[in-house]
Design a protein around this ligand. Structure first.
Ligand code: CP
Length: 322
């Protein structure tokens, strides 16, 4: 695998392979074995044109645990403010020896342009592009579901029949798009739940069920997973409807709604969370919440993705470590 741009590019076997390698990475990524030699001599550039806490730090931790050299680039404070283009920025970093580029960019499609333009010869990993895709978030979400649902028997398994509600600002959510493609590929039953103003035109292309009423969806589906999405106020205009209070009452995972869920239902959120808007403290901090587990699992999943895109696979995931 030279690049990871979209979960829609992954077959079921591809996805299961990534998740299984992430299991290997999670198993070796312990306090006793903090580093593997797998990517020794490889340079990974984190090229971030948008803010990030989880994804950027997680990729940095993943690359370092595989012994790669890491260069962190943030558009803020760089020559992007002087008008330097993506092409010139990427070629400048490639000239300093970048073997892999992990890119977050506000323009949907920027990672694919970088991968397919021939500007650079590096492997490209999409770390979130506009409202388009966030494939490693979807992979870590699937990894988290698989572990919680199948436990130690996770390896080789998909998510057939797992009922997932993805709730909230679908319109602006690259997490929702990447999850829809991946979860469908893995056999899950996916429902988008959102006000009509926060659903994209042509939502039918995802092949998921759609519901406008969260209470009706919760009564109809009895979900195994409720994935709450962040309201992306930075991508909205003043006329956002419904407003915060209306939104929370109708589509938020309030304490009252959370108490109605079965105890086995997982509560997921990619972060960062708007507490009190799309999710209550009671739900976010409950034992059913996997929010921090998702962050932990993200490192192992990103180790697997960096290994598959950047290592000579003959070395094996642990690069010869004992
Ligand atoms: N989930 C996620 O992408 O978070 P960050 O924006 O903090 O990377």
């Amino acid at each position: 695998m030279k690049h990871l741009l979209s979960t829609s590019d992954l077959t079921r076997d591809d996805a299961i392979r990534i998740l299984d390698i992430a299991e290997d990475m999670a198993a070796v990524s312990t306090r006793e074995v903090r580093k593997l030699p797998t990517l020794r001599g490889i340079t990974v550039v984190n090229l971030f044109f948008e803010d990030s806490t989880r994804t950027r730090i997680s990729f940095e931790a993943a690359a370092k645990r595989l012994s790669a050299d890491v260069i962190n680039f943030a558009a803020k404070g760089s020559s992007v403010s002087k008008g330097e283009s993506l092409k010139d920025t990427a070629q400048t970093l490639a000239a300093m020896g970048a073997d892999g580029i992990v890119i977050r960019h506000p323009a949907s499609g920027a990672p694919r342009v970088l991968a397919e333009s021939g500007w650079v010869d590096a492997g490209v990993v999409n770390a979130g592009d506009g409202t388009h895709e966030h494939p490693t978030q979807a992979l870590l979400d699937a990894f988290t579901m698989r572990r919680r649902i199948h436990g130690t028997a996770s390896r080789g398994r998909d998510l057939a029949g797992v009922k997932v509600l993805i709730v909230g600002d679908i319109l602006h959510s690259r997490v929702a798009r990447s999850n829809a493609w991946l979860l469908k590929t893995l056999g899950a039953d996916v429902t988008f739940v959102a006000p009509p103003t926060l659903l994209p035109n042509g939502v039918g292309v995802f092949g998921v069920d759609v519901d406008y009423d969260l209470d009706a969806a919760l009564a109809r589906v009895t979900p195994d997973v409720v994935m709450m999405l962040r309201i992306q106020q930075e991508r909205m205009n003043e006329a956002f409807f419904p407003n915060g209070r209306e939104y929370s009452r109708a589509w938020g995972l309030t304490a009252e709604r959370f108490r109605r869920l079965p105890e086995s239902t997982l509560v997921m959120h990619p972060g960062p969370m708007n507490r009190g808007l799309e999710i209550s403290d009671e739900a976010a901090d409950s034992p059913q919440s996997t929010v921090l587990e998702q962050v932990t699992n993200g490192v192992a999943v990103r180790m697997a993705v960096l290994y598959l895109t950047l290592a000579g696979e003959s070395a094996g995931p642990n690069g010869g470590a004992e």
